[in-house]
Ligand binder design. Structure first.
Ligand SMILES: Cc1cc2nc3c(=O)[nH]c(=O)nc-3n(C[C@H](O)[C@H](O)[C@H](O)COP(=O)(O)O)c2cc1C
Length: 90
């Protein structure tokens, strides 16, 4: 599963490009309040943009609250941060 947060469309584009290659589903973070359920061997990708040298406040809130439930003990989770000039402390 891939979850993205996108203001102007770049992260949505990136998320959908990756999802099309990995045969995943790309969902918007906005309005997503459920737990994330990962099947066996399913990874979680998070695609967000750099916002003032860090993560958008909305994304920080989302990541601190979301409950990730996986059939694997250690699911593979990755984060991609798009950026304009410098990813800073993402
Ligand atoms: C308010 C604002 C702050 C940003 N801060 C940064 C930054 O600190 N560093 C950077 O490299 N890009 C920064 N950017 C550029 C975005 O990270 C970049 O355009 C990103 O791809 C936008 O993704 P989106 O189209 O999915 O919203 C900023 C853009 C905005 C509008």
């Amino acid at each position: 599963m891939i979850i993205y947060y996108s203001a102007t469309g770049n992260c949505k584009y990136v998320a959908n490009r990756i999802a099309s290659k990995t045969r995943d589903i790309a969902k918007s973070m906005i309005g997503y309040n459920d737990s994330v359920y990962l099947e066996k061997d399913e990874s979680l990708g998070i695609v967000v943009h750099t916002h003032f040298w860090g993560l958008p406040t909305f994304v920080e809130g989302f990541l601190s609250k979301i409950n990730i439930i996986s059939e694997d003990k250690n699911p593979y989770i990755f984060l991609i941060a798009t950026f304009g000039t410098s990813p800073g402390y993402c």
